[in-house]
Design a protein around this ligand. Sequence first.
Ligand SMILES: [Fe+2]
Ligand SMILES: [Fe+2]
Length: 286
Amino acid sequence: MNMMAHPIHVRSHLDFHLDDVPRYWFGGNVYATRFMDSICMLFPVGERSFISSIRPYRDQITDPKLAEAVADFCLQEGQHGIQHSLYNDILIKQGTPAQDIIKDFSVWLEHRQINQKQDIRLAITAALEHMTALMAEALFRSPETMASAHPNMRALLAWHAIEEMEHRAVAFDVLTKVVKISYRKRILAMSIIFPQFWRNALVHTDKMLAGDGFNRLQRLNMARKTLPLFFGRHGIMTRVLPEFRQYFRPDFHPNDIPMLKQYPRWLEVYETTGSPLKAAEMMYED
Ligand SMILES: [Fe+2]
Ligand SMILES: [Fe+2]
């Protein structure tokens, strides 16, 4: 079952008033906040890498619709990078080690990409796009998940989630229709990136908390208490495991997974008000 693709809208000049976001914006939960910060912190570097992994294939795309989708994908990811960089500046101002973590990660990524084949780079982008689209689903499928998050941060993540949903098939389509990658390589890329992604998130969360002044025992206790919220039996991330596994089907396509159910409501409010803050709030009204 391949659902209809949604048009990709490039939205720019957005203002999420991120200066108003409190230090521990995820309902005051220190570990959950820094865990999410650690994931979001690498978006600007990661998204630049997504763009540079797809660009070399632009000249080989003959389908004008896919060519347009690739251009819009790059513009959307560029905008995500801009907004998350603004939040990264706030994390740096808070005195966290965000800048060092981002720098180390950029150096590591550059080094890794030197010897990486172009098709594997795009396969890693497609794998991460599947993961980010599912994270969007995980955070916004049930309104209670983000209910305690600060509205401005929630709006930033909601907008990012909506656009990840819109362009979730682009890298995958270039990978399978233009590069015509083998099933084995597509799965290999996911097997490489999946553990690396979560390992980075956990290691960086710990570094951020150390920067906040928590000692090793306090950090371990916080991890023990909060990680089940994400990875427990009914955890935020665990609940999208069935959709995650679909990637391993040889005939998988990202549009097989239903669109986030609040998408039409977000779109309607955004299009009538021009406010991503109002659009995100409407996702919480019945
Ligand atoms: Fe993005
Ligand atoms: Fe994306």
